[in-house]
Ligand binder design. Structure first.
Ligand code: G6P
Length: 608
């Protein structure tokens, strides 16, 4: 969603802001803008719909004078259409403001401050800028505090005041911000990719604090009566800029598919001790597994699909109820969880707003929370009782690939440890389970090596408006992710169905050449799935079958058969995930679409 960057220091601000915005492009956006504080203290605004490149070209033509302080923004429209006027920054009198989030009471504020005739955009953000301008009497901290007291919703703001040259102020409620003071100047951004070229040391802006950036200092103030100065907890980035570059790959998605075996190793290997899962470094105590009588898994999107696989793996072994919920639903339910529930929160970014709200609800219900998170220091990681960090490195493509695999690896390890602690697995069984998990890594490599032939299979679905993914049991859980991947980047309408459910309606949609991607890797339901495949085949479907190397497949059953290595049934998700990701990738590529930044989607969903 919206990306934020602010810079003040000795260097040319426009260059840093535009490069920073390019680094934030992956979050998903539809317009971009910058505001520069010029040498004469005048403000120069530039805003353009479309890609950051449009803004850059515009700035190159229009901005001739230099500036050393400015703020920049990529907008993902929520209130008001995609227009230059609705793009940020918004200027209201002396205030220049950019915003990520949603101001829920913007309408009431418009009326209260009689702003109807002043507003020039349709955005909630401009309302915040105009209210702040009314409250501003020369003291930025006091005005910002008054503004915050009036707002409902989630937000992070970066603000310049025309009469405070060289200074940038920022505040956040839920929506993330990171900041750093570096020898090249002071920076603030909505995520680390914009800071990494300048520093490895940063801090996460705490809620209920105002940050003030000056060229060589970053100050942090509490929101108390006297604005007490405080010192942030510094953090170090554990990946380098290379990890956020394409490194010769045509797209981030393809690069990230290739990175999966390494990411799996990074996540699993440091947590194996004498062949057993060991979370002592993560400070995750066994007591949370011993005492829990049910597990509630909560997440959104791909992370939720990882949860669906985990449930199918864990429940038969643990013999306790395991429920998977979509965070945006869970947060408005009256959930049946209590102090004996272990709530597992899964989030790549650690900032998804619905997932965060669900975590907070779990705490209200007194449940123990364990977060599986990729981004170090993210809000979900900080607010959870315990954190299991996955080590995927930065994931830039909107369609999640390596983050999914390592979420699965984390959940498999958690399930294994829980089974051991609860006496459902012997040590030998746990060692063998982890051995099978490690065997899944070369199986993923095998499938990555077959990317061209998988790409050829994708050619058969790109002309169809619809595609169906079917499977039973675990294969159904994999299908959900396959369908999501395909629809989000190829715009082919894709649905996943439990194969046995087709006859209850969906089979009416099967006709000549409709692609059906059938996953049949689970031995105990193999023959049943094959029967369901025959049923759709008989109605003219084009079958792409995903089966194990050793599976006996009738010659005439599938139009294309993609074989995965013979890993244990519980672990087929890993090579299957690679196949499904590659089908989606090549479908998007062959349709000449924007693989890494699909339309309307955002990487980090920080609004409800
Ligand atoms: C967005 C992303 C997905 C992601 C989901 C949850 O929809 O495009 O790739 O799975 O959010 O994000 P999270 O960061 O919480 O895993």
């Amino acid at each position: 969603m919206c990306g934020i960057i602010g810079y003040t220091g000795p260097l040319e601000a426009s260059k840093i802001l535009l490069e920073g915005l390019a680094g934030l492009e992956y979050r998903g956006y539809d317009s971009a803008g910058i505001a520069l504080c010029m040498e004469d203290s005048k403000i120069c605004l530039a805003k353009k719909t479309g890609k950051v490149k449009n803004l850059k070209d515009y700035c190159n033509q229009q901005i001739t004078d230099s500036s050393h302080c400015g703020i920049g923004h990529t907008r993902w429209a929520t209130h008001g259409g995609v227009t230059d006027t609705n793009a940020h920054p918004h200027q209201a009198g002396k205030v220049i403001l950019i915003h990520n989030g949603i101001i829920e009471n913007y309408h009431a504020l418009t009326e209260e401050f009689h702003l109807e005739n002043e507003l020039i955009s349709q955005t909630d953000s401009e309302v915040a800028a105009r209210v702040l301008n009314r409250l501003y009497e020369g003291d930025p901290l006091a005005a910002i505090r008054k503004l915050i007291e009036l707002l409902d919703g989630s937000f992070s703001f970066c603000i310049m005041f025309e009469d405070q040259p060289g200074a940038i102020y920022a505040i956040r409620n839920v929506s993330p911000l990171v900041a750093a003071s570096t020898p090249s100047g002071s920076l603030i951004a909505s995520d680390l990719t914009a800071l990494i070229p300048y520093t490895r040391n940063y801090f996460v802006v705490p809620e209920q604090h105002i940050v003030k950036l000056t060229p060589y200092k970053v100050h942090l103030y509490q929101l108390d009566d006297t604005f007490t100065k405080t010192y942030p907890e510094m953090m170090t980035v554990n990946w380098n800029m290379d990890a956020a570059m394409k490194n010769g790959f045509p797209h981030f998605m393809l690069k990230e598919i290739h990175e999966q075996p390494d990411a799996m190793g990074n996540t699993i290997l440091p947590r194996i001790n004498k062949g057993l899962p060991d979370f002592s470094e993560d400070k995750i105590p066994d007591s949370i597994f011993e005492t829990c009588s049910q597990v509630q898994i909560i997440a959104c999107g791909t992370a939720m699909h990882a949860g669906m696989v985990a449930r199918a793996i864990m429940q038969p072994v643990l013999r306790i109820p395991i429920t998977v919920s979509v965070a945006s639903e869970f947060r408005y339910e009256e959930p049946l969880i209590d102090e004996k529930s272990l709530v597992i929160i899964i989030s790549q970014s650690g900032e998804t707003i619905d997932t965060l709200a669900a975590l907070r609800l779990a705490h209200q219900c007194k449940s123990t929370t364990l977060a599986v998170v990729n981004v170090k220091g993210s809000t979900i990681a900080r607010e959870s009782d315990y954190v299991f960090y996955t080590h995927a490195g930065p994931e830039i493509a909107v369609a999640s690939t390596k983050a999914y695999s390592v979420q699965l690896a984390a959940l498999y390890m958690i399930g294994c440890r829980m089974a051991l602690v609860k006496g459902k697995y012997t040590k030998e069984q746990a060692v063998s389970f982890l051995g099978d998990l490690l065997d899944a890594i070369p199986a993923m490599e095998t499938m990555i090596a077959q990317k061209e032939s998988i790409g050829n299979a994708a050619s058969h679905i790109i002309h169809s408006p619809d595609a169906f993914f079917i499977g039973r049991g675990l294969d159904y859980a994999f299908s959900l992710e396959g369908a999501l991947k395909l629809k989000e980047i190829s715009y082919i309408h894709s649905e996943a169905y439990a194969a046995g459910e087709l006859k209850h309606g969906t089979i009416a949609l099967i006709s000549d050449q409709v692609p059906v991607i059938a996953i049949a890797t689970q031995q105990h339901v193999y023959s049943k799935t094959i029967s369901n495949i025959r049923e759709v085949k008989a109605r003219g479907a084009f079958i792409i079958l995903l089966a194990k190397e050793s599976a006996v497949v009738d010659d005439h059953l599938a139009d294309i058969c993609i074989r995965i290595p013979d890993v244990d049934d519980l672990f087929t998700v890993f090579p299957i995930a690679v196949v499904l990701q590659l089908i989606a990738y090549y479908a998007s590529l062959k349709k000449h679409l924007d693989v890494d930044q699909p339309r309307n989607l955002a990487k980090s969903v920080t609004v409800e």
